[in-house]
Write a protein that binds this ligand. Structure first.
Ligand SMILES: [Ca+2]
Ligand SMILES: [Ca+2]
Length: 239
């Protein structure tokens, strides 16, 4: 009897250990939205400076899906013409300053070439002084890019988010970029090269979807939208 009980307890212990050893969802922030192919008309003015700019309106939205803040210092965004450590002339790269992204908080990093983005703005050297009301209170950063050649390629490129030790947490790719997306990312997804707006993730474990498919809008920097039935029932878009 006692032996059986021991065996049961051992089995329960093994089960508990197995559960504990299961891979956790990443403890890192994540990429929740990317605008790499800026819509061609005035609707492409994602950074709200009043002008559509093929490079300046590009952005990456980052969210903290966890119940505790994450300091983004040393996290790096970079594309195929850049690396964790640096970039070439046309590379896109942004390293976060000392900034605490609150639990479930959202921030947005704009390419910002030729842009005068409204509201408080952080850079790689300093965090924004406060949340930005033009973007639903999200923390907004500028890459301060001065050349429109420093941009994500519409035809094929990728953008990666790496943690301060260089681990690639999240990678989003499209087309047939050269060089190809880095291997070994904790998560990676290939998306359509022309999603007619951004691609957006709705939940921490969800896939990136064309934003227009989610709610009919081209993008939502600073906002994680919920899917609406606007597209299925265009006359009944209330919700
Ligand atoms: Ca703009
Ligand atoms: Ca969004």
């Amino acid at each position: 009897m006692s032996i059986r009980l021991d065996l049961i307890l051992i089995a329960l212990g093994v089960a508990a250990h197995a559960a504990a050893a299961r891979p956790n969802p990443s403890s890192h922030p994540q990429i929740t939205e990317v605008l790499f192919n800026v819509p061609s008309d005035a609707a492409g003015d994602a950074n709200m400076d009043g002008e559509r700019h093929a490079a300046g309106d590009e952005f990456v939205e980052i969210a903290n899906p966890h119940p505790a803040p994450i300091n983004l210092r040393g996290y790096v965004l970079f594309n195929r013409r850049a690396s964790f450590d640096g970039h070439e002339g046309s590379g896109v790269r942004f390293e976060f300053p000392d900034f605490e992204l609150p639990a479930h908080g959202v921030c947005v990093v704009f390419n910002a070439c030729d842009a005068s983005i409204p509201g408080p703005l952080g850079t790689t050297r300093k965090p924004p002084e406060s949340g930005n009301d033009s973007f639903n209170g999200a923390a907004v950063f500028s890459m301060e890019n001065s050349s429109s050649g420093r941009a994500l390629a519409n035809g094929g490129d990728w953008i990666a988010l790496a943690s301060p030790d260089g681990t690639i947490i999240d990678c989003v790719s499209w087309g047939e970029p050269k060089p190809p997306p880095p291997t070994g990312a904790l998560r990676s997804q290939k998306v359509d090269a022309n999603p007619k707006g951004s691609v957006q993730r709705l939940t921490p474990t969800g896939e990136l979807l064309p934003h227009r498919q989610v709610n009919g809008e081209p993008f939502s920097p600073g906002v994680i939208p919920t899917r609406t039935n606007a597209l299925k029932n265009p006359k009944k878009s209330k919700k």
